[in-house]
Design a protein around this ligand. Structure first.
Ligand SMILES: N[C@@H](CCC(=O)N[C@@H](CS)C(=O)NCC(=O)O)C(=O)O
Length: 237
C-alpha cells in the first residue's frame, strides 16, 4: 500500500490532539502538521476544515476527518496492527468492544472527576475529589477490565506486550493524571498517587507503563502543559 498523505491539524498541548500523535507514532506513519493557535479565534479557513473549530482534525489522502477518537480509529483501521484486532471474527469484534468500553469508562466516569478536581477551589475539595476519582476507578472495575482472567503477561490492555487502542485513547490523559498533583501545578490533590497505589495498584502500574512508552510521551512537555492548564483555569475565575 502506498504511504498515505496525512496532514494533522493539531496543538501539542491538547490531550485530544495527542491521541492522534500517539496513533501516528505507534503506526510509524509520516505526516505533516499544521499547528492551530487555540488562544485566538479560529480563522475561516480552519472552520471550513472543521466547523467545530476544535483540534485535532486529520486530512487522510485528502479526506477530512475531525474528532480525536474517530481519527485514531481511522488510523488503526486503515493500518492493521497490534493496536486493534480485525473486526471480522467474533474474537476480534469482542476485543474491540472491550477496548471501546474501557475507553468509555475512563472518559465518561473518571475524566469528569479529574476535571472537577482541576476546577476545585480548595485543598479540601481536591482531596474529596481524589477519593471520588479512586472510587470511580474501583466502581467501574477498571482493573478487571484491564486484566481479566486469562490475560497475557504484558503491561498493556489484556496483558498485551504492545500498546493497544485503549492506551492510544487514554495515554495523554494519564500523563496529566500522574503529573498535575505536583505542588508547582496543584490541580489534583497531592495524596492522589498514594491513594492510587493503595487502592488500585494494578491501574497505577498500567498507567505508569503507558506514560513511559515513547509513542505516548514523545510530545509531552510536563512543565508547559502544567503551567498552561493552571493559567487557563485562572483566566476563567
Ligand atoms: N471531542 C473533541 C475535543 C477536542 C477539544 O476539545 N480540543 C480542544 C483543545 S484540547 C480545542 O480544540 N479547543 C478549542 C476551543 O474550544 O476553542 C475531540 O475528541 O477531538
Amino acid at each position: 500500500m502506498a504511504a498515505p498523505r496525512i496532514i494533522l491539524y493539531t496543538n501539542h498541548l491538547c490531550p485530544f490532539a495527542q491521541r492522534a500523535h500517539i496513533a501516528l507514532k505507534e503506526l510509524g506513519l509520516q505526516y505533516e502538521e499544521v499547528i492551530i493557535d487555540l488562544e485566538k479565534p479560529r480563522e475561516p479557513w480552519y472552520l471550513e476544515i472543521n466547523p467545530r473549530g476544535l483540534v485535532p482534525t486529520i486530512s487522510y489522502n485528502g479526506t477530512i476527518i475531525p474528532e480525536s477518537a474517530i481519527v485514531a480509529q481511522l488510523l488503526a483501521d486503515a493500518h492493521p496492527s497490534h493496536l486493534l484486532p480485525p473486526s471480522n471474527t467474533p474474537e476480534g469484534a469482542i476485543k474491540r468492544a472491550q477496548i471501546s468500553f474501557f475507553v468509555d469508562s475512563y472518559t465518561s466516569k473518571v475524566l469528569p472527576v479529574v476535571w472537577a478536581s482541576h476546577r476545585a477551589g480548595t485543598p479540601e475539595e481536591k482531596s474529596a475529589l481524589a477519593e471520588d476519582l479512586v472510587q470511580a476507578i474501583e466502581k467501574n472495575k477498571l482493573e478487571a477490565q484491564l486484566y481479566p482472567e486469562g490475560s497475557g503477561s504484558g503491561p498493556f490492555f489484556h496483558g498485551s506486550e504492545k500498546l493497544t487502542l485503549a492506551e492510544v485513547l487514554t495515554g495523554s490523559f494519564l500523563l496529566r493524571l500522574l503529573s498535575l498533583h505536583k505542588p508547582e501545578y496543584g490541580l489534583l490533590a497531592p495524596e492522589l498517587p498514594s491513594l492510587l497505589e493503595q487502592r488500585v495498584p494494578k491501574f497505577l502500574k498500567w498507567a505508569q507503563a503507558v506514560i513511559q512508552h515513547k509513542s505516548v510521551n514523545h510530545l509531552w512537555n510536563e512543565k508547559l502543559a502544567g503551567e498552561k492548564a493552571v493559567a487557563r483555569l485562572k483566566s476563567k475565575h
